[in-house]
Design a protein around this ligand. Structure first.
Ligand SMILES: CC(C)(COP(=O)(O)OP(=O)(O)OC[C@H]1O[C@@H](n2cnc3c(N)ncnc32)[C@H](O)[C@@H]1OP(=O)(O)O)[C@@H](O)C(=O)NCCC(=O)NCCS
Length: 186
C-alpha cells in the first residue's frame, strides 16, 4: 500500500512501514551494514561509524524519484525499529527504468519483510512515478537476493561473467527485471 507519497514519501506493508531516512538512523544502520555477512555482496565495504555517516548523508538527499536526486532511499521500520532499507533510483540511460536495491537486518530475515518492503517500493515507482521497467542487479552468488527478486515476479534477464571487481576478486553479476505491464500490484 502506498501512502503520503506527494508530501512525505512513505509506504507501508501489512507488517512494516517505509519512511525517509533520518540523522538518528546512523547507529542502527551501522549495526546492520558493518556486519561482514550483510556487506559481502554489497558494492561497499562493511560500514564504520565514519563511512556510515557519509552513506547516510547521501541517503538523506535521496528524497524522491521526481526530485533533483531522481532517487528515493527509504528505511524499513517494524514496531518502531529500523530493520532494513530499500532504495530506488532512475537510471542514467532511461529515466523510466528504475533500479532498486535492498538490505535487511539478518536478525529479521526469513519472514518476508524484505520482499514486502520492495514490493511496496515497486508499487510506488510503477503507480505513482510512471516507471516502465524496474531492474535489480546483484552478485551472482547472492542467492537470497535472487530468490527475493524472483518472488517479486522479476525475470532473470542476464548473467555477466566476471564483469565486476569486488572486494579483491572478479565477480559475476546477474540482472533481474520486471515491466510495469507485467506486474500485479501487491
Ligand atoms: C537479500 C536479503 C534482503 C534477503 O533477506 P530475506 O530474509 O531472505 O528476505 P525476506 O525478508 O523477503 O524473507 C524471505 C524469506 O522468508 C521466507 N518467508 C517466511 N515467511 C514469509 C512470508 N510471509 N512472505 C514471504 N517470505 C516468507 C521466504 O520463504 C524466504 O526464505 P527463502 O529465501 O529461504 O525461501 C538479505 O539476505 C540481505 O539483506 N542480504 C544482505 C544485503 C544484500 O545482499 N542485499 C542485496 C544486494 S543486491
Amino acid at each position: 500500500m502506498i501512502i503520503g507519497v506527494d508530501s512525505e514519501p512513505s509506504a507501508s506493508t501489512t507488517r512494516s512501514s517505509l519512511r525517509l531516512h533520518r540523522e538518528s538512523d546512523l547507529e542502527r544502520l551501522v549495526s546492520i551494514y558493518s556486519r561482514p555477512d550483510v556487506a559481502r555482496f554489497l558494492l561497499e565495504e562493511p560500514w564504520t561509524l565514519e563511512s556510515g555517516a557519509a552513506h547516510l548523508q547521501r541517503r538523506l538527499a535521496r528524497t524522491g524519484l521526481d526530485g533533483p536526486s531522481g532517487s528515493l532511499a527509504l528505511a524499513v521500520e517494524r514496531e518502531g525499529t529500523l530493520i532494513g532499507a530499500v532504495s530506488v533510483w532512475r537510471t542514467e540511460q532511461e529515466p523510466r527504468t528504475v533500479e532498486v536495491g535492498w538490505t535487511l537486518d539478518p536478525a529479521h530475515g526469513g519472514n518476508g519483510y524484505a520482499t514486502e518492503a520492495v514490493a511496496a517500493v515497486l508499487d510506488l515507482a510503477f503507480e505513482r512515478h510512471d516507471a516502465h521497467r524496474a531492474v535489480a542487479q546483484m552478485d551472482a552468488r547472492n542467492e537470497a537476493s535472487a530468490r527475493l527478486a524472483s518472488r517479486l515476479g522479476m525475470r532473470r534477464e542476464a548473467h555477466f561473467r566476471s564483469d565486476f571487481w569486488s572486494k579483491g576478486e572478479w565477480t559475476d553479476t546477474v540482472v533481474f527485471a520486471v515491466l510495469a505491464s507485467e506486474r500485479t500490484p501487491s
